[in-house]
Ligand binder design. Structure first.
Ligand SMILES: NC(=O)c1ccc[n+]([C@@H]2O[C@H](COP(=O)([O-])OP(=O)(O)OC[C@H]3O[C@@H](n4cnc5c(N)ncnc54)[C@H](OP(=O)(O)O)[C@@H]3O)[C@@H](O)[C@H]2O)c1
Length: 312
């Protein structure tokens, strides 16, 4: 469980309390270098290793897919914001070679290179196409060892998996895993977890979509697998559900200041979770999401109350 020191927590919470004012003047967030005493995100261990990861990361799909229309500044800005708060996990998938070439230039920039944990994927059918995506992933990270290679949504898993295992053995990928993003596929995912030597699983889980806590998350703990969480906001539809509603006063009991933090703290309260991936194109939203990593987390009774609140 994240238990940052009280001093660290208070420092960050004081800054987050000022977020409303800061949002009105984004240059205050975007233009300044980090304060040397700035609070750093808590970390959790990758089971079975001496490596840790910060507990909030970036799901990069939207800002990366928007590179052709928006350029690379937005994705660089959200990564910069994450890094400034001590984050370093960036999740991505193979895109067009043109988009990945641009994104690769961002990742290679002096300010980011060697500072990120980049989780990549294979999300195609057929062995040859999977091998081509592996090479594209390697180009994306400038030819260095992949931090984490995942087979996305178990797509053609039987075909890709022998190669993925081989790439871990040969040191081309440090960690390997499989992802799922819909509750209807959790049974099939559980079977893969039970049969394959996964380092990481990536699972959909949130206050509105809590199904993974029944079996997948406890199983990951039992099997010693690290857990990344996707769809913390159900790709944004969560905000439609809570829009116009006032955050309940009791949210302050677990240091929650915004609806985004409400879902993220629900997720982070589960001890199996290593890091939650939040997708955003907006550095202010990234700062908001990072804020969920600080302070107290809800207990089980509070989590039940949270589920009931968003269901109504
Ligand atoms: N099968 C798979 O492997 C799989 C499937 C789905 C997702 N994923 C991974 O998981 C990541 C995240 O999941 P997701 O795609 O479902 O996205 P998500 O994080 O659940 O939701 C993203 C949406 O929330 C908005 N948002 C983010 N932070 C906010 C904040 N603080 N306040 C208000 N709005 C906020 C974003 O809009 P703004 O841009 O305006 O902030 C965006 O519309 C993906 O990027 C990907 O890396 C993997």
């Amino acid at each position: 469980m994240a238990t940052p020191s009280d001093t660290t927590r208070r420092g960050f919470l004081a800054r987050m309390a000022g977020l409303g004012a800061v949002l009105a003047t984004p240059r205050a967030l975007l233009g300044e270098r980090p304060h040397p005493l700035q609070a750093r995100l808590p970390t959790r261990p990758i089971p079975g290793t001496d490596e840790t990861l910060p507990i909030v990361g970036l799901g990069s799909s939207k800002p990366v897919l928007e590179i052709p229309s928006e350029g690379t500044d937005p994705v660089a800005a959200v990564i910069r914001m994450l890094l400034e708060h001590g984050g370093r996990v960036v999740d991505t998938s193979p895109r067009t070679p043109e988009i990945d070439a641009e994104f690769g230039r961002v990742l290679a920039a002096q300010e980011f290179r060697d500072r990120l944990f980049v989780a990549t994927k294979i999300n195609t059918e057929g062995e040859a196409a999977g091998m081509a995506q592996m090479r594209q992933n390697q180009r994306l990270v400038g030819g260095r060892t992949l931090d984490l290679l995942q087979v996305e949504s178990m797509r053609d898993l039987d075909v890709h998996w022998p190669n993925v295992l081989r790439w871990r053995d040969s040191g081309e990928a440090r960690y390997i895993g499989v992802t799922v993003s819909s509750n209807g596929r959790h049974d099939a995912f559980e079977a893969v977890m039970r049969s394959e030597p996964l380092d990481f699983v990536q699972v959909n889980y949130s206050v509105m979509e809590p199904g993974a806590e029944d079996r997948l998350l406890p199983l990951a703990q039992d099997l010693g697998m690290a857990v990344l969480i996707n769809r913390p906001f159900m790709n944004g539809s969560y905000f439609g559900r809570v829009s116009g509603r006032t955050l309940p006063a009791w949210a302050s009991e677990f240091d929650c200041a915004t609806w985004a933090q409400f879902s993220l703290k629900y997720i982070l309260a589960h001890p199996a979770v290593t890091c939650v991936l939040t997708e955003t194109t907006n550095p202010e939203h990234m700062a908001d999401n990072v804020g969920a990593g600080f302070g107290r987390l809800p207990d089980d009774a509070t989590k039940r109350r949270m589920r009931e609140l968003v269901r109504d």
